[in-house]
Structures are given as structure tokens and as C-alpha cells.
Design a protein around this ligand. Structure first.
Ligand SMILES: O=C(CO)[C@@H](O)[C@H](O)CO
Length: 190
């Protein structure tokens, strides 16, 4: 991923957080990734790690319309994905899907604490304030269906190096950075 693109993503997310009144802590821990696919607008995510404790983690994330966090699962982490601002769409699968498509299989999932029968691969839309609870092993992808979206994550321990399993074997969690401009921000991976 180009440094100039990381700079742009950092400014866009910062502007949106400021506009929406989401204050960041001093020295925010930024994590901006194109998942190694080189097409950040289509497949990418901007994250700030707010709390990274051995027992729990909290993140604030930002994405724009059309920008997907691709299908993946965690072996250890249980997480709530929360739509903070905008509209967030997710697709969920109870087991590793052959491809990220829809099927007729239904399975229970908790939305705002209530059990709901989700259909594998079918769009689940979260409006601002709502959350979905994803136990370990539940495959998921998500993307804004509003122009931009602020997304929260509250979870058990987070280990981005060892606990992200992507459906697409080409995907890497952290991007290699092409230095085409001076850095406006340093990332957790640097
Ligand atoms: O778990 C999530 C989203 O489900 C993020 O915290 C990861 O960093 C994405 O790889």
C-alpha cells in the first residue's frame, strides 16, 4: 500500500471522527490496511486500537461505501461489531464457506443481545447504535452501505498477527508499505 494512500485514509478517518464527535485518545494507535490486495477503496479498513489488554480489546474503525473487510474468522476472539455512525452491512457464515455466497442454512446470531435466525451469506444490516455478537469461528465480512461508517469493536483479546483467518488465501492482514510520500502517521505494524 502506498504511503500517500495511508496518509489520505488517516485524514479521511480523522475528519469523520472529528465531525461525528468521536474524540481519539492521545497518541492513537492507527492500523490502516488494504489486506495486501492493493485496492484499498475496494478492500480495506482504517482502525484505531483503543484498548489492547490481555483480557479485552476495543477498536474504532472507519470505512467508506464499497470498501469491504473481507470474509474471515477468528479462532480465539469473540467480538461485538457495532455500527456507531452510518449503516453497516455484514454477511455471516456459521462455518467456513466454499465462497462468500448465500445459502439456505440458518443459524442463531445475537443482534443487540436478542437471538435472531441469520441466513448464511445473507445481508444483515446494522443501523447506528446496533451491534452483532460474533463468537469465535463465525465467518464474517462487512462493508458500509452508507457513504461512510464509523464501526466499533469490543472483544476478548485481539491478536491480529495470529488470529485472523481469511477465506481468500491471497490476503495478508498487514500491507507492505511503498514509500512514495512522507508519513503523516505511523501504524501499529511499523
Ligand atoms: O476482527 C476484526 C473485524 O472483524 C478486526 O479487528 C481485524 O483487525 C480485521 O482483520
Amino acid at each position: 500500500m502506498k504511503r500517500s494512500e495511508i496518509n489520505r485514509a488517516f485524514h479521511e478517518a480523522s475528519d469523520c471522527f472529528a465531525k461525528q464527535g468521536w474524540a481519539l485518545p492521545p497518541r492513537p494507535r492507527w492500523d490502516i490496511t488494504d489486506f495486501g490486495l492493493g485496492d484499498f477503496r475496494r478492500c480495506g479498513l482504517t482502525l484505531v486500537n483503543l484498548a489492547t489488554e490481555p483480557e479485552y480489546c476495543e477498536k474504532l474503525m472507519y470505512a467508506r461505501r464499497g470498501q469491504i473487510t473481507p470474509c474471515h474468522a477468528h479462532q480465539k476472539k469473540k467480538e461485538d461489531i457495532i455500527c456507531r455512525v452510518g449503516e453497516l452491512s455484514l454477511r455471516l457464515w456459521p462455518t467456513k464457506p466454499a465462497s462468500a455466497g448465500e445459502s439456505t442454512e440458518t443459524f442463531p446470531v445475537r443482534v443487540d443481545g436478542e437471538v435472531y435466525a441469520a441466513t448464511a451469506g445473507k445481508l444483515l444490516v446494522l443501523f447506528a447504535g446496533s451491534r452483532v455478537t460474533l463468537p469465535p469461528g463465525l465467518w464474517h465480512e462487512f462493508f458500509p452501505t452508507s457513504e461512510e461508517c464509523i464501526i466499533g469493536e469490543v472483544s476478548t483479546a485481539n491478536d491480529d498477527l495470529r488470529d485472523n483467518f481469511f477465506l481468500d488465501a491471497e490476503i495478508g492482514r498487514f500491507s507492505t508499505i511503498e514509500e512514495d510520500a512522507p508519513a503523516h502517521v505511523r501504524l501499529v505494524s511499523e
